[in-house]
Design a protein around this ligand. Sequence first.
Ligand code: URA
Length: 216
Amino acid sequence: MKQDQRFPNLHILDHPLIQHKLTHMRDRDTSTRTFRELLREITLLMGYEITRNLPLTTLRIETPLQSLDAPVIAGKKMVVVPVLRAGIGMSDGLLELVPSARVGHIGVYRDPDTHRPVEYLVRLPDLAERHFILCDPMLATGNSAVHAVDVLKKRGVGDDQIVFLALVAAPEGVQVFQDAHPNVKVYVASLDERLNEHAYIVPGLGDAGDRLFGTK
Ligand code: URA
């Protein structure tokens, strides 16, 4: 795991397998099917890392040989919240790791002129005592990410109950996110160079939603 001095809460998961798969996702010639598979695989690898510090407790079980106080994940249940629509490509991978997680949805689209987020859907499970993983592959302007965290915080969820998981981030977006939510951890596979004039991440991978769903 790598850090960038500018962004204390940004964690860059630069495992070789993640980097390798991301390179193939960036390639413009990669098919929709392969793009989708790679996003799922990368999310599994990232999910493994971000759940590393989940608290454990013990459960008394009987093995065929004896009783054992064996480790199980403690306490708070997990909620996976994809930011629609590209976040869906990541929530699938996370749900393979934690099949009992609840799933919320936050639908936000980017106004093409202002690049500001416009909310069109919020559906969340009971929020008490839960850990939230918000996911969206592209942390570009940071506006949708900030908005998604606002949605949870307005409902009383604490900073330490939320992590934001993205695939690729632009420094401009990470700065916006950090200014708005300095105590929410962000995990990415890559911190890219910059945003272009259309608010696309460069070098990036293009429009993640279109590449994931085969739309234009
Ligand atoms: N959303 C995307 O899908 N790609 C970008 O580069 C920026 C925002």
